[in-house]
Design a protein. Structure first.
Length: 364
């Protein structure tokens, strides 16, 4: 028998080259466990150590993923980055042996690995692939949850320098052209992101998080506990109620959908909306813009200009610290000129009088 189930997870037990190998795959799906064992057999044939002999990076990564990531909205993204990380680290290395030199070597190889688009990854991408989203939380999990003596790694010294965060805003004409280039079923979601400045994944909230009576929707759990609730305008609340009813009738898990010619509703996906928005940007001739996240910046900047209150924008975006919100407190040349040109009639009269008086003195 190669694999057998014990509790919720699959375990392996087989002989190869006269030696018995047994342990846990720490996986809950049989197909995933079978792939794990196939890979283990292959690696053993090539001379890799049995992962049950000590806790390996691959072993702990699987346990961390199942405990902390599986089933979350970030599951697909983290799984993709985890695959990248394991390409640049020895998955069978003991996790207690991984140190700064291993991280530095992985960063070096990742920086020259081409992306799916054919270019080189940005410093931000490398940091997220190898540190922020993967190895750092895995090491923390190993130390805190598994009580393993992992090494202290100077993460701040190893992380690549990233450019300062930018804030992109759009003119009314750009927003109009962008929206017009989208398929009509994407426009309600486009408007929602533009108005409330939510992240793309946050826009795909569960139906049971919509509080019709309270006039709000739960966007996400806060890092320090609690929930980020987004208050909705009355018109949006009414539309959300109608969409929620239609989504439930169609057994969809999101309020964002398109109606097919047959009348059946088909759910819009985050990836589908991002692709549609990217194509619409190209059609509208708008450059230097990201298809979704820059709309969050645009909404935040617009809210700040309207309210003049950073605390309001902090609440809208769900930031933990006002420091994160302060990036939107920027001004343009047009803002400066508008401020210089904004004078009360009383002040303008005084200024004209002073100018006339000065001119008369100069003439005398």
């Amino acid at each position: 028998m190669s694999i057998h189930k014990r509790g919720d997870t699959w375990h392996y037990d087989f002989q190869q080259a006269g030696q018995r190998h047994r342990g846990t795959t720490r996986l809950r799906k049989k197909a995933d466990a079978q792939k794990f064992v196939e890979g283990l057999r292959r690696d053993l044939a090539l001379g890799a150590p049995d992962p049950k002999q000590g806790r390996t990076l691959k072993d702990v990564s699987a346990e961390w993923f199942n405990a902390k990531v599986a089933g979350s909205k970030a599951e697909v993204t983290v799984a993709y980055r985890l695959d990248i990380m394991l390409r640049h680290f020895d998955g069978y290395a003991l996790i207690t042996a991984i140190g700064a030199a291993n991280v530095q070597a992985a960063i070096t190889t990742r920086r020259v690995e081409t992306t799916r688009q054919g270019g080189l990854p940005s410093n931000s991408t490398v940091n997220r692939d190898l540190i922020d989203t993967t190895l750092r939380p895995i090491m923390r999990f190993a130390r805190r949850n598994l009580e393993l003596p992992v090494r202290d790694i100077p993460w701040s010294d190893l992380r690549l320098k990233e450019p300062r965060g930018r804030t992109r805003t759009f003119s009314a004409d750009e927003i109009t052209a962008w929206r017009a280039a989208l398929p009509e079923w994407h426009r309600p979601l486009f408007d929602f992101v533009n108005r409330y400045g939510v992240r793309l994944q946050e826009a795909f909230f569960a139906l049971d998080t919509i509080d019709i009576d309270g006039g709000r929707v739960a966007i996400r759990a806060r890092k320090n506990g609690g929930t980020h609730y987004l208050p909705l305008l009355p018109s949006d609340l009414a539309e959300m109620k109608a969409r929620m009813g239609r989504a439930r009738d169609a057994k969809l898990t999101t309020v964002w959908f398109r109606q097919m010619p047959s009348g059946k509703l088909s759910a819009i996906t985050p990836r589908g909306h991002q692709a549609a928005s990217q194509a619409a940007l190209k059609t509208a001739g708008i450059t230097d813009a990201r298809p979704v996240h820059d709309r969050r910046h645009h909404a935040a900047t617009a809210a700040l200009k309207t309210s003049g209150n950073l605390a309001v924008v902090k609440q809208l975006l769900g930031h933990e610290s006002i420091t994160s919100t302060a990036r939107y407190a920027h001004v343009s040349d047009a803002d400066v000129l508008a401020a210089l040109g904004h004078k009360s009639p009383h002040n303008e009269g005084d200024e004209k009088g002073n100018m006339s008086k000065n001119n008369a003195q100069e003439a005398g």
